[in-house]
Design a protein around this ligand. Structure first.
Ligand code: AMP
Ligand code: MG
Length: 422
């Protein structure tokens, strides 16, 4: 459609909105552009903690490997169970975990059995000790039991030769235990992703330096350190690079040689984008995007000579929000990790939340339960992208859709708990 009259203010606003890339579209574009790293290494079980499995692990055995008891009680033959009334059985021995009963149960007999002990030959059912009456070697069992009860079958947890852990799975405590239960001492894991970071800005001082007028301490360097550490990557901290074309170019070149990924903060907003852009145009293919999210509109993404590049905005909250929403899932994809989206829950807003439609909003919230046990969320207060204390006070993002207006107290909102995200 052609405009015969100059575009109105609303048209301009719409034009600007359509320029913006939604978080999901940005994530999809990044994912399409990235190939997971190929390198892998072998390591011992404990060293595999928090690493990503590089190839499917199949089970060398059945777990449980033998039929065993789920309870302390009496092993009997299910065919002895009375349909009504009671039955008397004779206790002929004991089976301990690790010390099986050496013999066979005949009809009319029972063996005292402990949890985890092998169910003796001839038995297929375990009666809980609380449900049996014993006097000397005489055992009385009432009706109401099912044949096969309280018995763990072979391969019930894991079947031999089956895939127990698929490639891409992150190894946590449960996985370590699972591998140990199979007697597996070594695993093949993805090599660590090498991630370099630096902060840009002439106003930035490092800890230990004295602040001059107009200067601030570089906090992004440390929040990035923490967020990367939680991902268990190899982090190369290149410190502060001042707004000097030569220094920036050198830093980009070095990072591209030593890292798989470079993450910078600052210098991609309108004020200085052209300047970083010039440097990057000579070194690789980088897109300067405007993301439809708040905080954190500007984001650079592309390929340097060898490293993948993420240029995050400078404001401390924007750094953390863009990292969690965009960079972190992208790094997990690069690490070959299966990437599920973080869990979002519905919670009642305890108060009015300011919101202007336009960009998906990631407000900082404090999630709790009210007296009825229902989830309730309140704001941390000032939502400025420079209020880093809001990230520390918060335990969740309140995720408001781009087209949402203000939220009234009592309305339901979506929240994304930090637990699990960090
Ligand atoms: P920029 O994106 O470079 O225009 O920076 C936006 C805002 O973030 C400015 O107020 C900067 O001073 C601040 N900022 C940039 N980098 C950092 C950093 N590493 N630590 C703390 N604040 C920063
Ligand atoms: Mg700057």
């Amino acid at each position: 459609m052609k405009h015969s009259t100059p575009p109105s203010e609303t048209d301009c606003a719409n034009l600007e909105q359509s320029d913006l890339l939604s978080v999901d579209t940005a994530l999809q574009r990044i994912r399409d552009a990235l190939t997971p790293i190929q390198g892998f290494e072998r390591c011992s079980l404990r060293d595999a903690f928090n690493r990503v499995i590089a190839e499917d692990v199949t089970s060398p055995l059945n777990v449980p490997a033998y039929v065993n008891s789920a309870m302390d009680g009496y092993a009997i033959s299910g065919s002895d169970l009375p349909a009504e009334g009671t039955i008397q059985l004779q206790v002929i021995g004991t089976a301990y975990a690790g010390a099986p009963f050496d013999g066979k149960i005949q009809s009319g007999q029972a063996v005292r059995i402990m949890t985890g002990a092998m169910v003796p030959e001839g038995a297929d059912t375990v009666i809980m000790q609380e449900q049996a009456e014993r006097e000397g070697d005489n055992l009385t069992i009432h009706s109401g039991h099912k044949p096969g009860e309280n018995v763990r079958q072979i391969g019930e947890d894991i079947a031999k030769d089956g895939v127990v852990l698929a490639a891409g799975k992150k190894i946590r405590g449960a996985e370590l235990g699972l591998l140990a239960s199979l007697g597996i001492a070594e695993v093949t894991i993805k090599r660590r992703l090498r991630v370099a970071t630096f902060s840009t800005g002439d106003e930035l001082c490092s800890i230990g330096e004295t602040l001059g007028p107009g200067q601030i301490y570089d906090s992004n360097r440390y929040s990035l350190y923490g967020m990367l550490r939680a991902l268990n990557v190899e982090h190369i901290d290149m410190g502060v690079i001042h707004d000097d074309p030569e220094a920036i170019r050198n830093a980009f070149t070095t990072a591209s040689e030593i890292a798989d990924v470079l993450i910078t903060s600052g210098g991609v907003s309108v004020g200085d984008a052209d300047y970083v852009k010039q440097t990057l145009d000579q070194l690789g293919q980088v897109n300067f995007w405007k993301i439809k999210m708040k905080p954190g509109k500007p984001l650079a993404f592309g390929q340097l000579d060898r490293a993948v590049f993420f240029g995050l905005p400078g404001n401390p909250v924007s750094v953390m929000a863009t990292f969690y929403q965009i960079v972190q899932p992208s790094l997990r994809h690069l690490m070959g990790q299966d990437t599920t989206r973080p869990i979002r829950l519905k919670a009642r807003s305890a108060e009015r939340l300011k919101m202007r439609p336009g960009r998906q909003d990631f407000q900082r919230g404090i999630l709790d339960r009210d007296e009825k046990g229902e989830l309730i969320v309140r704001s941390t207060g000032n939502q400025g992208s420079h209020i880093l204390s809001s990230m520390s006070q918060a335990n969740c993002f309140i995720v408001l859709p781009a087209d949402s207006g203000p939220v009234e107290a009592g309305e339901m909102v979506e929240v994304e708990p930090f637990e699990g995200l960090f």
